[in-house]
Design a binder for this molecule. Structure first.
Ligand code: UFG
Length: 330
């Protein structure tokens, strides 16, 4: 079986990807600097190397040594707010990191690259659902770095003859069914883990950032997509690249929007616990609605998200969350 190098394979989405690749029989090498990833997220079946994607010499050794056929790049800084105050750190980690990986791939003639892009490349959309050909106008450095990498990939792939998939995730969430992996951010910023923290008593309440948006209940609407559905879309993309298809750009979302209120209600229903809500001002830079059109991925890859309802997603998050928080339920 071919070998994939998963950069950031000890992190949230990367570790789910590693599991999915191993299940397919792929050989997997994980490169992670453990700045946010966890060593215990990498199974024994994968070879783990602690190192940084910006280390070109390390990459120049790894790619030929393991005869790597595809590189996945999950390693990235992901906090939108932080990117506004630390833009250079975002360019350094996200853009320079991708540049170093691609340079090394070109030197070793590695044929395929799969990039974790983001709905943040669209900024405030002019309409929903968002299709891949809509204007790309990021509103923060995080989204700019993702877009800059996509642009670099377009030119570099044409010049140097590799193919790539740029996958624009909407709101990644959920956890693997057996609850051995899941979302961990310190400090946590994402809605579902924060709501579950309020359910479990780790936090007193959940703050709802803005209830006067132009949406049915006034709270922001997002497209929540399960991390295992994301992983499957990556497998299908890799398969398409290996079969000789050209480079691909896909939105990955459920195609359905849920409001912050609806997420909180789903968490109440799944946990059976009361969740205290506090109204708070809008968070800077939050678009009212982000909903994906994933028609391109559905048509070209035959991808259909398995987790369609919020409850089915939250159930998997809850199983992981309880385990992570030591089995406490209140
Ligand atoms: N929210 C709250 N209270 C909280 C946390 C979040 O009301 O305590 C709201 C936010 O305002 C937003 C929604 O819940 O309306 C979802 O917020 P998240 O922080 O979970 O996710 P975002 O939609 O802000 O961001 C996600 C990814 C980014 C990516 C973006 C692109 O985390 O990396 O989607 O769509 F850039």
């Amino acid at each position: 079986m071919p070998t994939s190098l998963v950069c950031g394979g000890a992190g949230y989405i990367g570790s789910h990807m590693v599991r999915s690749l191993l299940e397919e029989g792929e050989r997997v090498v994980v490169l992670d600097n453990l700045s946010t990833g966890r060593r215990d997220f990498v199974p024994a079946e994968a070879l783990f190397i602690q190192g940084d994607v910006r280390d070109g010499e390390l990459l120049d050794r790894l790619l030929p040594q393991h005869d790597v056929n595809a590189v996945f790049l999950f390693a990235s800084l992901i906090k939108v707010g932080e990117s506004v105050s630390l833009p250079l750190a975002y360019y350094e980690n996200n853009f320079v990191g991708a540049l170093r990986v691609v340079e090394s791939m070109v030197r070793s003639r590695t044929p395929h690259f799969i990039f974790s892009s983001s709905a943040a490349v669209y900024g405030e959309p002019e309409a929903v659902p968002i299709t891949e050909d809509m204007p790309l106008r990021p509103t923060n450095p995080y989204g700019e770095t993702k877009l800059a990498v996509e642009q670099m990939l377009r030119w570099a792939s044409e010049a140097h003859g590799f193919t790539y998939g740029a996958l624009r995730y909407f709101n990644a969430c959920g956890a693997i069914e057996d609850a051995t992996l899941g979302e961990v951010q310190e400090p946590e910023t994402h809605l579902i883990p924060l709501v579950l923290d309020a359910a479990i008593g780790e936090k007193e309440s959940i703050s709802v950032f803005g209830d006067d948006y132009d949406t049915p209940d006034g709270t922001c609407v997002r497209d929540y997509i399960h991390v295992m559905d994301l992983a499957r879309a990556h497998l299908l993309t890799l398969d398409a690249l290996r079969r000789g298809g050209g480079s691909k750009i896909y939105n990955l979302g459920n195609g359905r929007g849920f409001s912050v209120e609806e997420v909180i209600d789903a968490c109440r229903s799944v946990t059976g616990l009361p969740i205290k809500v506090v109204r708070a001002p809008r968070r800077a830079g939050d678009p009212a609605r982000l909903i994906a059109s994933s028609d391109r991925a559905r048509q070209e890859l035959g991808w259909t998200p398995h987790y369609q309802s919020l409850e089915s997603i939250v159930e998997t998050s809850w199983r992981w969350h309880r385990k992570r928080r030591g089995g406490r339920t209140a």
